[in-house]
Write a protein that binds this ligand. Structure first.
Ligand code: G3P
Length: 219
Protein backbone atom coordinates (compact mmCIF):
# COMPACT_ATOMS: atom_id res chain seq x y z
CA UNK A 1 0.00 0.00 0.00
CA UNK A 2 1.28 3.44 -0.84
CA UNK A 3 1.33 6.24 1.71
CA UNK A 4 0.68 9.82 0.63
CA UNK A 5 0.92 12.94 2.76
CA UNK A 6 -2.21 15.07 2.80
CA UNK A 7 -0.73 18.53 3.03
CA UNK A 8 0.69 21.47 1.11
CA UNK A 9 3.15 22.32 3.88
CA UNK A 10 6.60 22.14 2.27
CA UNK A 11 8.56 21.81 5.52
CA UNK A 12 6.42 18.92 6.77
CA UNK A 13 6.74 17.16 3.42
CA UNK A 14 10.50 17.66 3.39
CA UNK A 15 10.87 16.28 6.91
CA UNK A 16 8.65 13.23 6.39
CA UNK A 17 9.91 12.48 2.87
CA UNK A 18 13.21 11.62 4.55
CA UNK A 19 11.51 8.61 6.20
CA UNK A 20 11.61 6.95 2.76
CA UNK A 21 8.00 5.78 3.01
CA UNK A 22 6.18 8.73 1.43
CA UNK A 23 4.95 7.80 -2.06
CA UNK A 24 3.07 10.96 -3.01
CA UNK A 25 1.17 14.06 -1.90
CA UNK A 26 -2.45 15.16 -1.96
CA UNK A 27 -3.29 18.84 -1.69
CA UNK A 28 -6.63 20.60 -1.71
CA UNK A 29 -7.82 24.24 -1.67
CA UNK A 30 -8.01 24.13 2.14
CA UNK A 31 -4.45 23.05 2.76
CA UNK A 32 -3.11 25.34 0.01
CA UNK A 33 -4.88 28.24 1.72
CA UNK A 34 -3.34 27.21 5.08
CA UNK A 35 0.12 27.22 3.51
CA UNK A 36 -0.48 30.83 2.46
CA UNK A 37 2.10 30.82 -0.37
CA UNK A 38 1.36 31.41 -4.07
CA UNK A 39 -0.39 28.10 -4.87
CA UNK A 40 1.29 27.55 -8.24
CA UNK A 41 4.75 28.21 -6.82
CA UNK A 42 3.99 26.03 -3.79
CA UNK A 43 2.91 23.15 -6.04
CA UNK A 44 6.00 23.52 -8.25
CA UNK A 45 8.30 23.28 -5.22
CA UNK A 46 6.46 20.24 -3.87
CA UNK A 47 6.54 18.50 -7.27
CA UNK A 48 10.27 19.06 -7.53
CA UNK A 49 10.87 17.71 -4.04
CA UNK A 50 8.77 14.62 -4.77
CA UNK A 51 10.98 13.63 -7.73
CA UNK A 52 8.32 12.23 -10.04
CA UNK A 53 6.01 10.89 -7.33
CA UNK A 54 2.36 11.92 -7.75
CA UNK A 55 1.13 15.25 -6.38
CA UNK A 56 -2.64 15.83 -6.50
CA UNK A 57 -3.83 19.37 -7.18
CA UNK A 58 -7.52 20.23 -7.13
CA UNK A 59 -9.48 22.30 -9.65
CA UNK A 60 -11.21 25.34 -8.21
CA UNK A 61 -13.50 26.33 -11.11
CA UNK A 62 -17.11 25.20 -11.28
CA UNK A 63 -18.17 25.88 -14.86
CA UNK A 64 -17.54 22.85 -17.10
CA UNK A 65 -15.45 24.63 -19.74
CA UNK A 66 -13.49 26.43 -17.07
CA UNK A 67 -12.81 23.17 -15.20
CA UNK A 68 -11.60 21.57 -18.42
CA UNK A 69 -9.23 24.44 -19.20
CA UNK A 70 -8.04 24.72 -15.61
CA UNK A 71 -7.38 20.97 -15.34
CA UNK A 72 -5.24 21.08 -18.48
CA UNK A 73 -3.38 24.08 -17.14
CA UNK A 74 -2.79 22.42 -13.75
CA UNK A 75 -1.48 19.30 -15.51
CA UNK A 76 1.26 21.38 -17.15
CA UNK A 77 2.69 22.57 -13.82
CA UNK A 78 4.78 19.39 -13.62
CA UNK A 79 4.89 15.86 -15.05
CA UNK A 80 3.97 14.39 -11.68
CA UNK A 81 0.79 16.42 -11.16
CA UNK A 82 -2.47 14.49 -10.81
CA UNK A 83 -5.53 16.70 -11.23
CA UNK A 84 -8.15 16.38 -8.51
CA UNK A 85 -11.81 16.78 -9.51
CA UNK A 86 -14.86 16.31 -7.26
CA UNK A 87 -17.08 13.31 -7.91
CA UNK A 88 -20.02 15.51 -8.92
CA UNK A 89 -22.37 14.12 -11.55
CA UNK A 90 -22.47 17.28 -13.78
CA UNK A 91 -18.66 17.02 -14.03
CA UNK A 92 -18.71 13.49 -15.49
CA UNK A 93 -18.38 14.66 -19.14
CA UNK A 94 -15.29 16.72 -18.29
CA UNK A 95 -13.84 13.85 -16.28
CA UNK A 96 -14.38 11.51 -19.23
CA UNK A 97 -12.83 13.99 -21.68
CA UNK A 98 -9.73 14.60 -19.57
CA UNK A 99 -9.18 10.90 -18.93
CA UNK A 100 -9.57 10.31 -22.67
CA UNK A 101 -6.67 12.71 -23.16
CA UNK A 102 -4.56 10.82 -20.61
CA UNK A 103 -4.71 13.56 -17.98
CA UNK A 104 -4.27 11.64 -14.69
CA UNK A 105 -7.19 12.32 -12.35
CA UNK A 106 -7.81 11.84 -8.65
CA UNK A 107 -11.58 11.89 -8.15
CA UNK A 108 -12.25 13.41 -4.77
CA UNK A 109 -15.27 13.59 -2.45
CA UNK A 110 -16.36 10.01 -3.12
CA UNK A 111 -18.89 8.84 -0.52
CA UNK A 112 -20.59 5.75 -1.91
CA UNK A 113 -20.04 2.47 -3.74
CA UNK A 114 -22.06 3.55 -6.83
CA UNK A 115 -20.01 6.76 -7.10
CA UNK A 116 -16.85 4.68 -6.89
CA UNK A 117 -18.13 2.30 -9.57
CA UNK A 118 -18.99 5.22 -11.87
CA UNK A 119 -15.48 6.63 -11.58
CA UNK A 120 -13.84 3.23 -12.13
CA UNK A 121 -15.97 2.85 -15.28
CA UNK A 122 -14.69 6.20 -16.56
CA UNK A 123 -11.14 5.00 -15.92
CA UNK A 124 -10.18 7.40 -13.13
CA UNK A 125 -6.56 7.12 -12.07
CA UNK A 126 -7.46 7.39 -8.35
CA UNK A 127 -10.72 7.55 -6.42
CA UNK A 128 -10.69 9.13 -2.99
CA UNK A 129 -13.37 7.98 -0.55
CA UNK A 130 -13.49 10.58 2.25
CA UNK A 131 -13.94 8.32 5.25
CA UNK A 132 -13.53 10.78 8.12
CA UNK A 133 -16.09 13.23 6.78
CA UNK A 134 -18.62 10.42 6.53
CA UNK A 135 -17.80 9.33 10.10
CA UNK A 136 -18.20 12.94 11.25
CA UNK A 137 -21.89 12.82 10.42
CA UNK A 138 -22.33 9.50 12.17
CA UNK A 139 -22.30 7.22 9.13
CA UNK A 140 -20.72 3.81 9.52
CA UNK A 141 -17.85 3.72 7.05
CA UNK A 142 -16.26 0.55 8.38
CA UNK A 143 -17.49 -1.51 5.41
CA UNK A 144 -17.42 1.12 2.65
CA UNK A 145 -13.71 1.16 1.93
CA UNK A 146 -13.47 -2.64 1.82
CA UNK A 147 -16.54 -2.74 -0.48
CA UNK A 148 -14.94 -0.26 -2.87
CA UNK A 149 -11.69 -2.25 -2.92
CA UNK A 150 -13.60 -5.51 -3.49
CA UNK A 151 -15.67 -3.96 -6.29
CA UNK A 152 -12.54 -2.67 -8.01
CA UNK A 153 -10.85 -6.07 -7.76
CA UNK A 154 -13.98 -8.02 -8.71
CA UNK A 155 -14.38 -6.13 -12.00
CA UNK A 156 -10.64 -5.73 -12.51
CA UNK A 157 -10.67 -1.94 -12.84
CA UNK A 158 -7.29 -0.23 -13.13
CA UNK A 159 -8.31 2.64 -10.81
CA UNK A 160 -6.41 2.98 -7.52
CA UNK A 161 -8.38 3.37 -4.30
CA UNK A 162 -7.00 6.22 -2.20
CA UNK A 163 -8.39 6.26 1.34
CA UNK A 164 -8.71 9.92 2.32
CA UNK A 165 -9.89 12.09 5.18
CA UNK A 166 -8.43 9.66 7.73
CA UNK A 167 -8.73 11.01 11.24
CA UNK A 168 -6.89 8.53 13.48
CA UNK A 169 -4.58 5.53 13.64
CA UNK A 170 -7.46 2.97 13.69
CA UNK A 171 -8.68 4.35 10.35
CA UNK A 172 -5.21 3.86 8.85
CA UNK A 173 -5.29 0.31 10.25
CA UNK A 174 -8.69 -0.15 8.58
CA UNK A 175 -7.33 1.13 5.24
CA UNK A 176 -4.45 -1.36 5.39
CA UNK A 177 -6.82 -4.25 6.19
CA UNK A 178 -9.24 -3.24 3.44
CA UNK A 179 -6.45 -3.54 0.86
CA UNK A 180 -6.61 0.12 -0.16
CA UNK A 181 -4.02 0.96 -2.82
CA UNK A 182 -3.13 4.22 -1.09
CA UNK A 183 -3.88 6.06 2.14
CA UNK A 184 -3.35 9.80 2.34
CA UNK A 185 -2.52 11.00 5.82
CA UNK A 186 -1.92 14.37 7.47
CA UNK A 187 1.64 14.96 8.73
CA UNK A 188 0.45 14.91 12.36
CA UNK A 189 -1.30 11.55 11.96
CA UNK A 190 1.63 10.20 9.93
CA UNK A 191 4.03 10.86 12.82
CA UNK A 192 1.55 9.54 15.36
CA UNK A 193 0.99 6.25 13.53
CA UNK A 194 4.71 5.50 13.36
CA UNK A 195 5.21 5.84 17.11
CA UNK A 196 4.56 3.06 19.58
CA UNK A 197 4.91 3.38 23.38
CA UNK A 198 6.28 -0.18 23.66
CA UNK A 199 9.01 0.61 21.10
CA UNK A 200 10.00 3.62 23.15
CA UNK A 201 9.88 1.72 26.44
CA UNK A 202 11.92 -1.10 24.90
CA UNK A 203 14.58 1.31 23.67
CA UNK A 204 14.79 2.92 27.09
CA UNK A 205 15.28 -0.48 28.76
CA UNK A 206 17.99 -1.58 26.29
CA UNK A 207 19.79 1.70 26.78
CA UNK A 208 19.64 1.50 30.60
CA UNK A 209 20.88 -2.11 30.63
CA UNK A 210 23.69 -1.34 28.25
CA UNK A 211 24.82 1.67 30.25
CA UNK A 212 25.09 -0.56 33.33
CA UNK A 213 28.00 -2.35 31.60
CA UNK A 214 29.94 0.90 31.74
CA UNK A 215 31.68 0.29 28.39
CA UNK A 216 32.76 3.46 26.62
CA UNK A 217 33.39 1.93 23.17
CA UNK A 218 31.65 -0.89 21.35
CA UNK A 219 32.66 -2.86 19.32
O1 G3P B 1 -7.45 14.28 1.06
C1 G3P B 1 -8.63 14.48 1.74
C2 G3P B 1 -8.50 15.41 2.86
O2 G3P B 1 -7.80 16.53 2.49
C3 G3P B 1 -9.74 15.78 3.54
O3 G3P B 1 -9.50 15.67 4.85
O4 G3P B 1 -9.72 16.10 7.19
O5 G3P B 1 -10.54 17.80 5.56
O6 G3P B 1 -11.76 15.66 5.87
P1 G3P B 1 -10.44 16.35 5.93
Amino acid sequence: MQLFLDTADYQSIKKLYETGIVDGITTNPTNLRKDGANPKEAIKKICELMQGKPVSVQVTESDLDAIYAQAQEIATISDNVVVKIPCYQPYYPVIQKLLGQNVPLNITLVFSLPQALAMCKLGATYISPFLGRWDDIDADTSALLAEIVDMKNEYDFGTKVLAASLRDVPSVHQAINAGSDVATISPALFEKMLKHPLTEQGMEKFSQDWNKLGISQFP
